[in-house]
Design a protein around this ligand. Sequence first.
Ligand SMILES: Cc1cc2nc3c(=O)[nH]c(=O)nc-3n(C[C@H](O)[C@H](O)[C@H](O)COP(=O)(O)OP(=O)(O)OC[C@H]3O[C@@H](n4cnc5c(N)ncnc54)[C@H](O)[C@@H]3O)c2cc1C
Length: 434
Amino acid sequence: MSAPAHGRTDEMVAERFDVVVVGGGPAGVAAAVAAGREGLRTALVEWHGYFGGSRTAAAVDTFYGFWTPGGEARPVVGGIGLEIVEATLGRGGFRRENTYGAGPGVTYDVHDLKLVLDDLVLGAGVRPVLHTSVSGVRRDGDDWEVTLVTPTCGPWSVRAGTVVDTTGDATAAALAGLPVVLPGEQGPVQSLTSIFFLGGVDVDAALAVSHEERSELTRQADESGSYRLPRHEGSLHRTPRPGMLQANIVRVADVDVTDPAALTAAEIEGRRQVVEYLRFFRDRLPGFADAYVAEIAPQIGIRESRRIRGVTTLTESDVLDGVRDDQAIALAAAPIEDHRACSDTRWAPVGGDGLYSIPFQALVPTTGEGFLAAGRCLSAEHAAQASARNSAQAFATGEAAGYATALAVRSGVALRAIDVQELRARIRGNGGLV
Ligand SMILES: Cc1cc2nc3c(=O)[nH]c(=O)nc-3n(C[C@H](O)[C@H](O)[C@H](O)COP(=O)(O)OP(=O)(O)OC[C@H]3O[C@@H](n4cnc5c(N)ncnc54)[C@H](O)[C@@H]3O)c2cc1C
């Protein structure tokens, strides 16, 4: 691979990293920070100009999955994820008791989170590589050659002992030719949502209308034919900014985001729906008379797309039965929340004692050495992913991937053969819960 045509990344060309983490969402940040803190030479590549993935680019501004739903609210995830949650609480974020069944959440300002993540990544000695896409992953001897594209220069490359795929879409795995499950292969993929913020809202008046009442009014308006409102039961919630609500209500269904034409159409349809929902809110709901769209998230929110085929696949029955075992590298408690076409979302609670575990082998592809996936593209059935995709589990699985890589490098053992009990001890030692 040749050097970039122009300048500034020259010093990185063909540079070797112990680990290249592809995708700087919750899973990627946690993976890179864990690996960096373990002393590995780590690069974190992200095509946006900031880290956070869905949490920033798609403006999903509430962390869920850290505590169990229900009265007791037991802790589920600690470690780096919880460190990030606490940092956002220290910057004006606040805890919300959840009304939709996912347990308590922490709502934060999206721009604050970008700053929190910058500090964390730099503090761990990780090399941040922003505005850069991974466009090729190829085995080269014992290493991976990772091809990068930065819009301001031609393609360039780095070498990696390990690649951690935290793209959310298993793009690195697909590029490397590793086995993946395609979007829609296991039934319709979950719908997409363009998150938006409304300013100029009389927040107290707006939130005096209950979720159920608002859903019913939305349904009636949609069925009247005067508005096109594909989802009736979406969420509107308070933000750290006065007079501003966040809306998670747009629904664009049956999109394969790995198809550029479909993804493009979805972005445009999402924005069209934002304007339509605003029209409805202003016309029909109290508190919105002067409301305006303060921001539409830069990127439509993607809940589900491609996933790796792992040595172990998390199943729907693992979630529904609350299965836990000694291969656990993360815990989860959020219900299955399967966003479908039309207006319904399928909710199903976790069984057993309300917790299930995610095994290390769900991060390990069936073939390919020196490669892990974490976050929403881990190996899981469609329904199981609809629970395990929460941000807390993305952080926890990413963190585990970072420590696993460090163990493999130190012990000289293949990643898929590391001692999982040692990994679990490392996770616990750093405040994680398994
Ligand atoms: C609309 C919506 C609402 C949600 N609501 C909640 C909620 O309320 N609470 C909650 O906890 N969770 C929620 N989630 C789920 C949660 O936010 C995500 O599933 C979680 O962020 C997944 O994290 P991740 O790191 O796996 O992937 P992502 O957050 O998707 O991050 C992937 C990153 O990889 C980057 N990337 C992709 N391809 C490349 C490439 N080739 N090169 C370089 N970079 C690349 C992307 O830019 C992105 O930054 C929601 C998700 C959506 C979409």
